[in-house]
Design a protein around this ligand. Structure first.
Ligand code: HEC
Ligand code: HEC
Ligand code: HEC
Length: 416
């Protein structure tokens, strides 16, 4: 005899029932758009990393309030929950589309490109509609956000009309029929919802993307977002597809451990991508040409005074974790040999890490986040210049030496 209705299975079934009852608005949205479309939209929101920018620390999901500091004041992300008063509950699909692909927000206000609409303009009609269905099924939150704390004259939104004329051509991603379906899928994610170029492409004076520096690296808030093209020297040339996949899925591979700005991208977005999408992005990145042909500078000779001083500091302060040969330990201490951040033209990232330390991202696939200690308190600007010059010219690395003034400037930029 079987006991189909044991107390435990009844309780479990009841709990599942409670958990599966959607809110009134979600219920209506499922009825309006259907489960399949809403679910597709959920995945587009992951690809587009909406939650990372539209959720403040400790705030309700998608209720906005995250600050983007700029030299001329702050831009604050909007509440994009379906709350009708303070969110985007009154937006029609057409209006939502205009925000996503043209940078025109509610009431016709011009959005600042802190919202990556230049990249989102590559998205398909279908993805925008699915995303809308999912957003409208989320829990409304009443948070009231004033998104614009910029100083005059940058607070005037119509200024963005001129910016758009210089920097923005709304343009859908054009698949390349000569390439595989996988490559085209990767290209769509990188150029569209994934908005990788927002951080990884070189910027013009007005902060538009420079087409000649597509994905070849840029400086974002004292970090370098490195070159992620297939370029052999400056880019991901040494990374196999499998290395790119591991990095995007777990935050670590045999070359690098993510920290800084990439940590948010991995945590809220790429670690939840499908295996097929991870592979497609890896294929696409490896195919990107980069800035090839640029001659490499020769490394400083070991007899250089800075190299000798730097080697001594390295032995005392760094070799315990990064080892004498600079190769670190896979998954725990990143290799400084051949590391993009170490060899970058601008020493911004290395200086940030050495001065302020950093904690690697923890993901469910790689749960421990080892930490790089802050050494800014222990070492003078001159010591840091020497040790960073050393790591940029030892272990096969070749990058310009770093001056004491550059360290002083980086230190000042990190003061709160
Ligand atoms: C890199 C950060 C960032 C990402 C990623 C991002 N947004 Fe935004 N978004 C912003 C900021 C900042 C604003 C406010 C801009 C302004 O006020 O000019 C904004 C504004 C908006 C608006 C306009 C709201 C209004 O009231 O007019 C919508 C809609 C929106 N975002 C939807 C999304 C969706 C959907 C996603 C994911 C696919 C997304 N955003 C991803 C930063 C981001
Ligand atoms: C918010 C800015 C930002 C966005 C958006 C972003 N990245 Fe990054 N990325 C960084 C930074 C900063 C680093 C430097 C390493 C770190 O943070 O640890 C990095 C590092 C990387 C690396 C490792 C490169 C190396 O040489 O170590 C890869 C690969 C990468 N990103 C791929 C991507 C892809 C693919 C996308 C789009 C889906 C993307 N990134 C979007 C900021 C960003
Ligand atoms: C106690 C161990 C430890 C010591 C000592 C240490 N590091 Fe690190 N370092 C780490 C860990 C762990 C990371 C990765 C953390 C992260 O990415 O957030 C790291 C990251 C770095 C990175 C970034 C590498 C990349 O892939 O982007 C650089 C550069 C670096 N360390 C240089 C140094 C230098 C130079 C010294 C000595 C002045 C030093 N470290 C001392 C543990 C250490």
């Amino acid at each position: 005899m079987t006991h189909a209705f044991s107390p435990i299975s009844v309780a479990a079934g009841f709990a599942a029932l409670i958990l599966s009852v959607p809110t009134a608005s979600a219920q209506q949205t499922y009825e309006r758009f259907g489960f399949a479309q809403t679910e597709r939209g959920r995945y587009i929101a992951i690809l587009g990393d909406c939650a990372a920018c539209h959720t403040a620390p400790g705030g309700a999901p998608l209720a906005g309030g995250l600050r983007f500091e700029t030299p001329v004041g702050a831009i604050i992300s909007s509440n994009i929950t379906p709350d009708r008063e303070n969110g985007i509950g009154k937006m029609t699909l057409k209006e939502f589309d205009a925000a996503m692909r043209e940078g025109i927000g509610q009431g016709g206000k011009r959005l600042y490109p802190a919202m990556p609409y230049p990249a989102f303009s590559n998205m398909t009609d279908e993805d925008i509609a699915d995303l809308y269905a999912w957003i409208m099924a989320q829990q409304p939150a009443p948070a009231q956000i004033n998104s614009n704390e910029l100083k005059f004259p940058f607070d005037i939104r119509t200024g963005m009309i001129a910016w758009n004329m210089i920097n923005f051509k709304p343009d859908a991603f054009k698949p390349d029929p000569a390439q595989s379906a996988e490559w085209n899928r990767g290209g769509y994610i990188v150029e569209g919802p994934g908005h990788c170029g927002a951080c990884h492409s070189g910027k013009t004076i007005t902060m538009g993307d420079k087409s000649s520096e597509h994905l070849t690296g840029a400086i974002i808030e004292n970090w370098v977002a490195p070159n992620i093209t297939g370029d052999a020297e400056a880019g991901l040339g040494a990374w196999e597809e499998q290395d790119i996949i591991a990095y995007l899925k777990t935050g670590a591979n045999r070359f690098d451990i993510a920290s800084g700005g990439m940590m948010d991208v991995i945590r809220h977005s790429s670690r939840m991508w499908t295996d097929g999408d991870l592979k497609a992005v890896a294929v696409y990145l490896k195919s990107q040409p980069g800035r090839s042909g640029k001659p490499l500078a020769a490394a400083l000779p070991e007899t250089d005074m800075r190299m000798q001083a730097g080697a001594r500091i390295y032995k005392d302060r760094c070799s315990a974790c990064h080892f004498d040969n600079g190769e670190g330990y896979p998954g725990l201490f990143p290799s400084l040999a051949g590391a993009g951040s170490v060899n970058a033209e601008e020493p911004t990232s290395v200086l940030h890490v050495v001065l302020a330390g950093s904690r690697a991202v923890a993901t469910p696939a790689a749960p421990t986040g080892p930490a790089m200690p802050s050494l800014g308190w222990a070492l003078s600007d001159n010591d840091i210049a020497n040790v960073v010059t050393y790591v940029r010219n030892a272990f096969g690395n070749t990058a310009a030496p770093v001056s004491t003034e550059q360290v002083a400037t980086a230190r000042a930029a990190l003061q709160p």
